[in-house]
Ligand binder design. Structure first.
Ligand SMILES: [Zn+2]
Length: 142
């Protein structure tokens, strides 16, 4: 797995104190490649945009937890991406990349990894739950 300084420098080792249990963003595609910043930013926008109560997200790549991205850090990323394009955040949200964020879930009841957002889903090789490494994740919706 290659190092991704653009994201690792923004990650904390733990979610913010008192925050609701964070969901998960899977940072690699179905080939195991780490997403570029634009594609990853789309996932964070989808994750935080779908639930205003989420204050952080666990960032996972190939089953390993890289760290936790706070809502504040995610908004910085989204703002930086949109500024360069001369567009408003609202216009940016649909994304410029070829990936459309998809929702996955761990079917084990009460799993703290849920909700899970990813860029790709290969039904033959579904990603595994970061909390339950033997458990394949299920596709929820696109
Ligand atoms: Zn799980």
């Amino acid at each position: 797995m290659n190092d991704q300084p653009w994201i690792t420098e923004r990650l904390a080792q733990a979610p913010p104190l008192g925050a609701p249990a964070p969901g998960t963003v899977i940072l690699n595609d179905s080939k195991g490649e780490i997403l570029d910043e634009g594609a990853a930013t789309d996932l964070f926008a989808a994750y935080f945009g779908s639930d205003d109560t989420q204050m952080a997200v666990r960032v996972v790549a190939s089953g390993d937890t890289l760290g936790y991205l706070s809502r504040t850090q995610a908004l910085d990323l989204i703002e930086l991406s949109s500024r360069g394009l001369g567009e408003s955040i609202a216009q940016f949200l649909p994304g410029m990349s070829t990936y459309a964020p998809i929702s996955l879930r761990c079917p084990i009841g009460g799993c703290p990894a849920n909700p899970i957002v990813a860029a790709t889903f290969d039904v033959m090789y579904p990603p595994r739950c970061p909390e339950h490494p033997s458990q394949p994740l299920e596709f929820v919706r696109s």
